[in-house]
Design a protein. Structure first.
Length: 1204
């Protein structure tokens, strides 16, 4: 049985019927043939449902349906040719070409074209008659044409309602969270969760991952979906992506270096979801790599897998078998989904529990079944229960049978086609909502009807699949809209099952003969098998990570979707213009600098993506793509827009528009694009002449644009010197004209009230226009950014906006005061208090406020009698050097960053606002700041992160009493006047990282005996403290969890504590030490650090040898040698059998590495990096004396330059 073939045929028939009833100028001469085609289609449609029912047990009917599908597609292609020719002629007539000239550009003369089409339609009619005759022989029941079933009402989806109901796993969750947040002695503790597909492994792992205790316990939480393709480098790169980091190269070493830098001090939780790999060697390789990146204790890896054999490899002694849910739990999930938390009528209970039993303990099946049953009558419940799996064994196949019931009950054939098509994505792929809908649209699954466009119908389909759990794990954008999702593995298996005759993915070892005749094909990066011409012509979708030879491109003549992302294309083939059926083309992240003009002949093209290329311009006739709805490009401000883009009347997505000064490139082009949606950035607004021209963009009529960015080209900042005068009257006049011009233009760009986000960048006016100053109509705004408006004298009124969450004011260098008008008091809404009184609220929803580079701002007024910033969590004040006052409206603030302001401002904000909720405080580059307020720590007992950077005159930090249970990180750098650290250091039992650097007058670290101690401290750094003479041994003794110790460049340090007997010695992984006075002896240290894996030695110019005791550090993996006066590294370095990286740094006299024999003994050495060692650098170049010693090392770098 092919479950989706009848859906495919029904969708195709509907499209054909719609097309045959359209009026085309070119159908003269074969109207009767089209009428006959319509009759045949209607006749076949009448028997389709009975044929679908009978194909289950009748192979002859299956074959009949397959023949019908092929003929239906052939008919679609022919009618598409007519539509294409009609579009082509319309474009040419619109381009004002004479009819005679048109003939030279036609594929055929009008008569030849009509004859050819009539011939093709006649062949199709003959084939359809034969199929109709076969239908009569099969004796199918004929039904009167039915209206398409109405789609169910879909709710506005969000991450909360779309997530599966979580039932029956609370104890599992609590046990896991308690285990992973407790004391862990291993570097990486691996905890596998094992269970069959759909049992809830990923959902449980996600709950653990997002648990509040987990969030506070781990410094970094990383989620990687591994799936069936286990590759260590790919996983490491995925970890980088999760951390929002990029490496300086694609090599494993480069990725490892970046990860080590990011994670070296941190406790990490890593979830490896959906692991299938059963090769122990590959798992050991990954685990060793992770331990090399982060050798600290307390890290946790959670693995989810279906296979016990996988679990036994990652942790042979202990894994967690996730049991099936009870029938009562399954019924609870079904009730929650089907009745949305409401009461369940009694007569549904018995049938519902029977259906719950058929879900076999699977929360996935229960969620999907609940969605199917929502809104159904009792008769339909009984019907569903009767067709469910009869066997009680709870295996995976039974669960898939339940999921198949959900698929069968999808309310339309188009929706079934859309779901089946989702198998074009690899397992565990993040699926972008807009892209998925555009792919559906390209295949014709969506239609424009009843005043609703294809994208609207696609969004409805997406919401139905999401609410029915066919799509899961939705992610929201900042406006609360779902931007992407994923498919559960079992759901993907179902999608693949119902589409297996149509969608195929080539594997590495496949040959040409292994590729079946399918409609949709994906080609992975490693595969480049040749596809025969016949099979190529059959395809409607090609998604390839390998380039397609130019000569073969015309073979794919029926393609509707072509995706060639990042396949190295440099010259795009002109033959692309022959793919006349193409609706979706994505050639992003390639190397071409231009596109052939033939791309402008793709008159059916709806989606065109060309992001991340070297493209200098678009073809001039891109405006001929009159069907284009979505254009994705990312040009810079110099990118010339093609002329007459207004002709793309269907265009909805245009993320950038660079205003030009030539005819057809001005801002008025936007005025004709009435269907624009989403976001658009309008650049080069200095080229718009005046308000009247700006109004021609008609932004106030574009109801579906939700993000707008207005950009003027960067000019010199406005005059920020109060006493300066203009150099000339001409200059003054130009400034005045710029002010008036920009004010006029911005006035004409008033957007529609539906706007959610606005950015104004580079505006040169003194005053914002009225629509900006009050924004009374823009009450849906969520985000506002005003940047580089150097001449602006007054900030708009914003406090009245009810939904505003994110506000950034940057580079408004002419603003001197943030006054009362900013709060919009007169227009603020009221809210009721507990005492029954109404109070006005300003900025009722604001979460984040940033005030940056407002160098003339001196005053920030506060307002009385109004509740202000009730939701503000994040405040950043940066480089506002004259600001001395601030309001006290920050009662809920959690993160405060203050940089480059007046010395009294931090104290004003902290003390006058009576802050008690701070979690993170950073004070940086406040040169005149001398002290912090006394009750800072006592009042903010949740303070976890305190950063004090480059406050040169800071001399006093209050007693740390109060935050001992919460403070996790304390960093104090470049505080020249600080002579002693604050009292109470020994009470910080939760402190994990302490860094004191560049405090050149620090003399004392008070640490009385008898304190609780720094029992959680994992990293301790004390460096560049020139006057510090000793370290309290009591402090080091209390650091029972210490993993990284850095004490260096304290030149007055006369002694180092005796380490023998200290608990942390066995857990110490990294040590940076040296640069002390000559009286300090470190001989006692080397005996006690046998477990150290990373060592940085700081020397002095008069130190001409390395400590010989280092040769016993056989666990050492990384060695830095810094600032020594040594000329040659000793041969005993060859005894460091575990050494992987060797880094000489600023050793100006160093000429030679150890002997070649010693270097050869370093069998694990993979990286040599030389920094600022001029004599050695020269000798290590190719063909010089040291090169034979290092030519075998995989990576050799000199000052960052890779020479091997």
């Amino acid at each position: 049985m092919d479950p989706v073939i009848s859906a495919t045929i029904e969708v195709t028939l509907e499209k054909l019927l719609a097309i045959t009833t359209e009026e085309f100028n070119l159908v003269w001469g074969f109207k009767q043939d089209l009428a006959n085609l319509t009759d045949s289609l209607l006749s076949i449609k009448a028997v389709l449902k009975d044929a679908d029912r009978r194909q289950v047990n009748d192979d002859a009917v299956k074959l009949w349906l397959k023949k019908l599908e092929d003929v239906a597609y052939d008919a679609e292609y022919v009618l598409d040719e007519i539509k294409y020719e009609n579009l082509r002629r319309t474009v040419q007539i619109r381009n004002q070409m004479k009819p005679k000239v048109c003939l030279y550009f036609s594929f055929y003369s009008p008569m030849a074209f009509r004859w050819n089409m009539a011939h093709k339609i006649n062949i199709i009619n003959v084939n359809l008659k034969r199929i109709n005759d076969e239908a009569d022989r099969h004796g199918f029941l004929r039904r009167v044409a039915e209206f398409a079933p109405a789609l169910p009402q879909v709710k506005e989806t969000d991450a909360i309602t779309a997530d599966p109901v979580f039932v029956g796993r609370q104890n599992d969750e609590s046990k896991f969270v308690e285990q992973i947040t407790g004391e862990i002695d291993d570097v990486f503790s691996v905890l596998p969760i094992v269970g069959m597909g759909g049992i809830g492994k990923t959902t449980l792992a996600r709950r653990i991952f997002n648990h509040p205790h987990t969030e506070t316990h781990f410094d970094e939480r990383i989620w990687v979906c591994v799936s069936e393709n286990f590759d260590v480098l790919t996983i490491l790169k995925s970890i980088l992506v999760s951390l929002k980091e990029t490496s300086h190269g694609d090599s494993r070493q480069a990725v490892m270096d970046t990860l080590r830098e990011k994670l070296k001090y941190k406790r990490c939780l890593l979830v490896l979801d959906d692991l299938w790999n059963e090769k122990r060697g590959e798992w050991d390789d990954l685990k060793n790599a992770l331990m090399g990146v982060n050798p600290n204790k307390g890290n946790v890896i959670i693995v989810t897998t279906r296979n016990e054999s996988v679990a036994s490899i990652v942790n042979p002694l202990n894994w967690y078998n996730l049991e099936k849910l009870s029938e009562d739990d399954c019924w609870s999930i079904i009730k929650a989904k089907a009745f949305e938390g409401g009461d369940v009528p009694e007569h549904f209970q018995t049938i519902g529990k029977a259906i719950a039993q058929q879900c076999r303990g699977s929360p996935l099946a229960s969620n999907m079944m609940g969605a199917v049953l929502r809104g159904k009558k009792i008769e339909e419940w009984i019907s569903i229960q009767e067709i469910g799996p009869s066997n009680i064994e709870g295996d995976q196949n039974s669960v898939i049978q339940v999921l198949k019931i959900s698929f069968d009950r999808l309310p339309s054939s188009s929706l079934k086609e859309c779901f089946a098509y989702c198998s074009i994505f690899p397992k565990d792929e993040v699926i972008r909502r807009e892209w998925l809908i555009q792919l559906w649209m390209a295949q014709g699954f969506l239609t424009d009807n009843q005043g609703s466009d294809m994208e609207t119908e696609g969004n409805k389909f997406f919401s139905i699949l999401l609410q029915s759990s066919f799509l899961q794990e939705p992610e929201e954008d900042k406006y609360g809209n779902i931007k992407c999702c994923k498919m559960h593995d079992l759901v993907h298996d179902l999608s693949s099952s119902v589409s297996k005759s149509k969608i195929f993915t080539i594997e590495k070892d496949h040959t040409r003969d292994d590729i079946p005749q399918v409609r949709h094909l994906t080609v992975p990066e490693e595969s480049t098998p040749e596809i025969t011409k016949e099979k190529a012509s059959y395809l409607r979708t090609l998604v390839s990570k390998s380039n397609v030879p130019c000569k073969n491109l015309p073979d794919f003549k029926h393609l509707h979707t072509l995706v060639l992302r990042n396949v190295g294309i440099e010259d795009f083939p002109t033959s692309i213009g022959k793919l006349t059926h193409l609706r979706c083309l994505d050639v992003s992240f390639n190397r071409m600098r231009s596109l052939p003009g033939s791309v402008c002949k793709l008159y059916n093209l709806q989606t065109f993506a060309i992001i991340g290329s070297f493209l200098k311009q678009l073809p001039e006739k891109i405006h001929d793509l009159t069907s284009l709805r979505h254009l994705y490009i990312c040009p810079d401000q110099d990118f010339p827009m093609p002329p007459h883009i207004r002709r793309l009347s269907c265009l909805q997505t245009l993320q950038f528009f660079n205003v030009g000064d030539k005819e057809g490139c001005r801002i008025e082009e936007l005025g004709h694009l009435k269907n624009l949606k989403g976001k658009i950035e309008i650049r080069n607004l200095e080229l718009v002449k005046n308000e009247a021209e700006a109004k021609k963009a008609n932004l106030d009529e574009k109801t579906n644009i939700i993000e707008l960015k207005f950009c003027w080209r960067k000019t010199n900042e406005g005059n920020t010197n109060d006493e300066s005068v203009s150099e000339s009257d001409t200059s003054n006049k130009n400034v005045f004209e710029s002010n008036i011009h920009d004010e006029s233009v911005l006035k004409g760009l008033q957007p529609h009230p539906n706007l959610r986000s606005i950015v104004i960048d580079g505006f040169r006016g003194k005053n914002f226009p009225l629509w900006t100053m009050k924004m009374l109509k823009l009450d849906k705004l969520i985000e506002i950014k005003l940047k580089n408006c150097y001449n602006c004298e007054k900030i708009p009124m914003l406090g009245h906006l009810p939904l505003l969450k994110y506000l950034k004011l940057e580079g408004l260098t002419n603003i001197r005061s943030i006054g009362l008008s900013f709060y919009g008091v007169s227009d603020c809404s009221s809210t009721s208090r507990n005492d029954g009184q109404d109070t006005r609220v300003s900025f009722p929803s604001l979460k984040s406020l940033q005030i940056v580079r407002m160098t003339n701002l001196t005053e920030w007024a506060e307002v009385q009698g109004v509740q202000v910033f009730p939701c503000l969590k994040f405040l950043r004040i940066d480089n506002c050097c004259k600001l001395t006052t601030a309001p006290n409206h920050f009662l809920c603030l959690k993160e405060l960053f203050i940089t480059g302001v007046d010395s009294d401002l931090p104290s004003n904000i902290i003390s006058r606002s009576n802050l008690t909720s701070l979690v993170k405080l950073s004070i940086e580059r406040i040169s005149e700041l001398t002290c912090l307020v006394d009750d800072l720590f006592y009042k903010n007992q949740n303070l976890a992160y305190l950063y004090l950077y480059s406050c040169k005159k800071l001399a006093y930090i209050p007693h740390l009493l109060g935050c001992g249970a919460s403070l996790k990180m304390l960093r104090i750098t470049n505080s020249d006047e600080l002579t002693e650290l604050p009292d109470g250091l020994g009470s910080l039992e939760s402190l994990e990282e302490l860094e004191i650097d560049g405090c050149k007058n620090l003399q004392l670290i008070p640490y009385p005996s008898g304190q609780k101690g720094l029992s959680s401290l994992r990293r301790l750094q004390i460096s560049n403290c020139k006057r510090l003479s000793n370290l309290p041994s009591e402090m080091l003794e209390s650091c029972t969890s210490l993993q990284r110790l850095e004490v260096f460049d304290c030149e007055n340090l006369t002694s180092f504590p005796e380490l023998s007997g200290m608990v942390w010695l066995n857990s110490l992984r990294e040590l940076s030490i040296g640069g002390f006075s000559n009286s300090v002896t470190l001989e006692g240290i080397w005996r006690h650090i046998k477990s150290v894996q990373g060592l940085t030695l700081y020397g002095r110019a008069d130190w001409v040898s390395l400590p010989y005791q280092l040769e016993n550090l056989t666990s050492l993996k990384e060695l830095w040698i810094s600032n020594f006066g040594i000329e040659e590294l000793p041969d005993w370095l060859g005894n460091l059998s575990s050494l992987e990286e060797l880094i000489p740094w600023r050793c100006e006299k160093l000429r030679h590495l150890p002997s070649k024999e010693a270097m050869q003994r370093l069998t694990k050495l993979t990286s040599l990096r030389i920094w600022h060692c001029p004599l050695l650098e020269e000798q290590c170049r190719r063909d010089n004396s040291e090169w034979p010693k290092i030519s075998h090392i995989p990576q050799v770098q000199i000052n960052g330059e890779t020479i091997r």
